[in-house]
Ligand binder design. Structure first.
Ligand code: CA
Length: 374
């Protein structure tokens, strides 16, 4: 793809595509992508995922996306979803979709930090944006265009396709009373949070979700974070660890992604391209809402039925983790102008958002509960 065509293609995916949803500019989009508006051709795609098949929230979110695309296209795109390891292992789906082994993948961008450390900014940043802020940055603040630019060299078109909201801090078999309690700890914790643990003297490891419980129970790892009550209960992590720490300072609103092989995407007529983009937006929101609804019941079950000991990280531990997080981010952007460009955009958006959120969301949450002031 030539530079001009690529730029137009990226414009189409960004603000152009958003405009089409409300304004109906299909003709212009079709011109840009040189595809017919529609056709009778049908497509059978594979979606590979980093999740166990049908795992609550994450795996079911991937299924929801596939089903939504199929229904919106009246069966013109059929997508078969594969769990981790069915076609390729969890952490090989990025390469598999680049290679065209499957047309789509469903995971999270921080799993591909080996390709480019800056990809982690498209998942989540310790002490960074919440789910609403992240989606606002992606859809209305220039984040999505940067993400497309980041994945273009790999022949992939990224889309946000889910979000967990604020995660939990993790499962531990000892109390965390000071930063030194993390020293020597072997913990499953992905992304930038993992690098923070490394600076604190721990060893971050990335174990696919499906192997977590056994790894923790057998002592292969000392501690783990995963997602939150809904997902953690499903894996039975409370049976392998004693303390459940809040909050997930390292994952304050993690974006799940789907990515499509660019050639496969460009082969679609314009209306199907639009359906894939819109379905991803729907899936992105739906997963977040599912977490909001299901975490409540799961937390109740963990505390009331399973008598889990829920703790909060002490403030001085949080402050030290914040300092280390700033060091980790500085290391990522320091080496790479493109990483700096992404993070500058992220940080500019977050700074503005903080001013407003302090007057709105934070102010309101602080006063909402008479019995449980923050
Ligand atoms: Ca996590």
């Amino acid at each position: 793809m030539g530079n001009l065509k690529r730029r137009k293609f990226l414009q189409y995916l960004g603000t152009g595509a958003a405009g089409c949803m409300v304004g109906g500019c299909q003709e212009e989009s079709a011109t840009q992508t040189a595809q017919p508006l529609t056709s009778n051709e049908t497509f059978e795609w594979k979606m590979v995922t980093t999740w166990p098949k049908n795992f609550p929230g994450l795996g079911t979110g991937a299924e929801f996306l596939a089903k939504t695309i199929q229904e919106m296209s009246n069966g013109r795109i059929k997508i078969k979803v594969y769990g981790a390891g069915e076609i390729v292992p969890a952490f090989e789906i990025f390469d598999a979709v680049t290679a065209g082994t499957a047309e789509m993948g469903h995971g999270s961008a921080y799993y591909w930090k080996g390709k480019n450390a800056a990809f982690q900014f498209f998942s989540t940043v310790p002490f960074g944006m919440t789910v609403n802020e992240m989606n606002a940055w992606l859809y209305h603040g220039g984040g999505m265009e940067l993400w497309q630019e980041a994945y273009a060299p790999f022949g992939l078109v990224p889309m946000a396709a889910g979000n967990t909201g604020v995660q939990m801090g993790g499962w531990f078999n000892k109390e965390i009373n000071s930063l030194s309690d993390l020293d020597g700890l072997k913990m499953r914790i992905p992304g930038l949070g993992g690098e923070v643990l490394r600076l604190a003297g721990g060893t971050p490891v990335n174990v696919p979700g499906g192997d977590l419980f056994v790894s923790l129970q057998n002592g292969v790892i000392d501690a783990t974070e995963w997602v939150g009550p809904y997902n953690d209960l499903a894996f039975g992590l409370h049976k392998a660890a004693r303390y459940y720490y809040s909050p997930g300072w390292h994952e304050p609103g993690t974006t799940l992604e789907c990515f499509v092989n660019q050639e496969a995407f460009e082969t679609l007529p314009a209306d199907l391209q639009q359906i894939v983009l819109v379905a991803a937006r729907v899936a992105n929101q739906d997963m977040m809402l599912e977490y909001v609804a299901r975490n409540n019941d799961a937390l109740e079950a963990l505390v009331d039925e399973h008598k889990v000991d829920v703790r909060r990280f002490p403030n001085d531990v949080i402050e030290k983790l914040r300092e280390l997080s700033e060091q980790v981010v500085a290391q990522v952007v320091g080496d790479d102008p493109f990483a700096r460009k992404i993070y500058d955009s992220y940080q500019r958006f977050l700074s503005k958002s903080k001013a407003w959120y302090n007057l709105s969301e934070r102010a309101y949450l602080n006063l909402r509960d008479r019995d449980n002031p923050l």
